[in-house]
Design a protein around this ligand. Structure first.
Ligand SMILES: CC(=O)N[C@H]1[C@@H](OP(=O)(O)OP(=O)(O)OC[C@H]2O[C@@H](n3ccc(=O)[nH]c3=O)[C@H](O)[C@@H]2O)O[C@H](CO)[C@@H](O)[C@@H]1O[C@H](C)C(=O)N[C@@H](C)C(=O)N[C@H](CCC(=O)O)C(=O)O
Ligand SMILES: Nc1ncnc2c1ncn2[C@@H]1O[C@H](COP(=O)(O)OP(=O)(O)OP(=O)(O)O)[C@@H](O)[C@H]1O
Length: 510
């Protein structure tokens, strides 16, 4: 299936021979008359005038699709020596470089001319909270009257234009196309969610962030990285002069102090934990109706009082980090405070993150994207504070992703809730019964007293919660968040937990 993309509407062509000269590549015959207007790494996304970059992949070498790319309108191919062999006889020039993935960011920046001309760029990294911080940054910027763009796990957005995302952080070819489109529509600031995988796979190459923010680090992705040190090391790479000018680091997880220690760019720190020695300090001052209020004290002792329309101390902490990032990039704290006062708080909506989908009657039902032990602990903690009745936890675990976190997810789920309902969630190519078995065993071993239901079908699982819950109760459906499909036996099936939950509540008369 072709990935949707946003590209510049009026790309200014660049000469292929100049590209060769600029990047020190041997120019094969036929480059002289060729002009390039875009870059693509998938034969399915090629547009007329593209340079097709054939990357060696985990499953296949992209160069084996070079003929398809040519058919689709590619005017040249860039690949490695093995790829040049695989590409076979083509009617378009083939350029060779040792590691095309290493070249992709700079080549894309050069073709889309984004190298000297990027909007103000905010990069957000951490295990939990990246999407949330990006939407809060975007909300704040819009409140300040700025034209914005963003990329998250949910979507890519440029002003009014938006498309669904597949990867959290786009490949470099897509990212630079987005930046070029942002320039066309006058985007002044863009917020970008940066996964560790994106740094490892050079997806943010050719980008210089004005400010990068570090939220936290906890157990996830230990299928991709040998250990925490390696996972951390990838995130740390953002805090180097090649990638960013300044950083804001939350000290809320112990890894924050390590970022400060090892960072090679100037950083300021922020904390929401009392007694921590940080430049910025955030104190939660209240929680009401799903909204959290806070005060934020700046390094020069100015105090901002505001609120965020999301529950949980971590929502306030995310807001504080976003505000500190804006100030570090040059926005005035006084102006931010005035705008927030005018609007009665931060105006941000984070799709599928602690999203309240119930109405005025019946139990409160939240759909969330959390899929780590830490996210479970924080979200359940936040909901517990607001719940006078029982707290229901409906969840499953991703297939084909870090298996080592599953028992801990289940333990934390049982520790923080009164009723646990274990369902399937994105088994992908794994056996869903086996995933559930591990979760159920962990709940039984750690909290034998906990009311536990195992219901494979996710929509029946959440219906079970709705049937058991009363108006004083809260239901958390953790995992699916904004997603509109689930993956079973390798096929995608339409499934929206938000729609399903709304339907279940309606059917129950709420
Ligand atoms: C492990 C990993 O990162 N894999 C990425 C990688 O896939 P791959 O190496 O298997 O690629 P491949 O299928 O062998 O194909 C090789 C090349 O041939 C091309 N191709 C392939 C088939 C075809 O018909 N035509 C064609 O041109 C492909 O576009 C690719 O360039 O390159 C693909 C093309 O960009 C990515 O879609 C794919 O991400 C997969 C889907 C993925 O799940 N990645 C995860 C680990 C990831 O990056 N996650 C983080 C978020 C983590 C979080 O915070 O939760 C993210 O940033 O999304
Ligand atoms: N600062 C935080 N600390 C801990 N948990 C958080 C924090 N912010 C958000 N969360 C919780 O983490 C989960 C994921 O939130 P979010 O999608 O914003 O994170 P993410 O880093 O973008 O995740 P992913 O990389 O999987 O897309 C949600 O359960 C959310 O409520």
């Amino acid at each position: 299936m072709p990935a949707a993309s946003i590209r510049p509407s009026h790309p200014v062509p660049r000469s292929l021979s100049e590209l060769c000269a600029h990047f020190g590549l041997d120019a094969p015959e036929g480059v002289d008359q060729v002009e390039v207007t875009g870059v693509s790494i998938s034969s399915m996304d090629v547009e007329s005038g593209d340079l097709y970059v054939g990357l060696p992949g985990a499953r296949v070498h992209g160069a084996s699709y070079a003929a398809k790319a040519e058919e689709a309108g590619a005017v040249a191919v860039l690949t490695d020596a093995a790829g040049a062999e695989l590409a076979g006889e083509l009617g378009i020039p083939v350029l060779v470089t040792e590691e095309p993935r290493l070249a992709l960011g700079d080549v894309s920046a050069w073709i889309y001319r984004t190298d000297p001309d990027q909007p103000k760029l905010f990069g957000v990294t951490g295990t939990n909270g990246k999407t949330s911080v990006v939407y809060i940054l975007d909300g704040l910027l819009l409140q300040l009257g700025v034209v914005t763009g963003l990329t998250t796990t949910v979507e890519r957005r440029i002003g009014e234009e938006r498309i669904e995302a597949s990867l959290t952080t786009p490949e470099a070819s897509e990212l630079h196309a987005l930046l070029a489109r942002m320039r066309e529509v006058g985007v002044h600031a863009a917020s970008i969610e940066v996964s560790a995988q994106a740094v490892t796979r050079h997806r943010v190459d050719g980008i210089e962030f004005d400010v990068v923010g570090f939220i936290n680090l906890s157990h996830d992705h230990l299928d991709d990285y040998v250990d925490f040190e390696e996972y951390f090391g990838e995130k740390l790479k953002l805090f180097t002069p090649e990638r960013a000018r300044r950083g804001v680091v939350s000290l809320d997880s112990e890894w924050g102090a390590r970022v400060v220690e090892d960072s090679r760019i100037p950083v300021t720190t922020i904390s929401s934990k009392p007694g921590t020695d940080a430049d910025w300090n955030l104190v939660v001052t209240g929680a009401e109706g799903g909204s959290t209020s806070f005060t934020l004290t700046s390094p020069d002792d100015r105090v901002l009082h505001s609120s965020i329309p999301m529950p949980g101390w971590f929502s306030a902490a995310n807001a504080g980090l976003a505000i500190a990032m804006l100030v570090e990039s040059g926005y005035d704290l006084g102006e931010i405070a005035e705008v927030l006062e005018r609007d009665g708080g931060i105006d941000a909506f984070v799709p599928g993150r602690l999203e309240l989908v119930s109405g005025d009657k019946g139990p409160r039902l939240y759909v969330d994207y959390g899929h780590t032990p830490d996210a479970f602990e924080q979200t359940l903690g936040a909901l517990r504070e607001m719940t006078t009745g029982r707290l229901f936890m409906v969840f499953g675990a991703d297939g084909d992703r870090d298996r080592t976190k599953r028992p801990e997810m289940a333990r934390v789920a049982a520790a923080g809730s009164d009723v646990v309902i274990i369902t399937d969630y994105n088994p992908r190519t794994e056996d869903p019964d086996e995933i559930r078995r591990v979760l159920v065993e962990s709940v039984k071993a750690s909290h034998p007293e906990r009311e536990l239901h195992e219901i494979a079908d996710a929509s029946l699982g959440l219906r079970k919660a709705v049937s058991l819950a009363g108006p004083e109760d809260t239901i958390l459906v953790a995992g699916p968040g904004h997603e509109s499909y689930t993956e079973v036996a390798g096929s995608k099936i339409q499934y929206s937990a938000r729609d399903e939950a709304r339907a279940a509540l309606r059917e129950a008369g709420w």
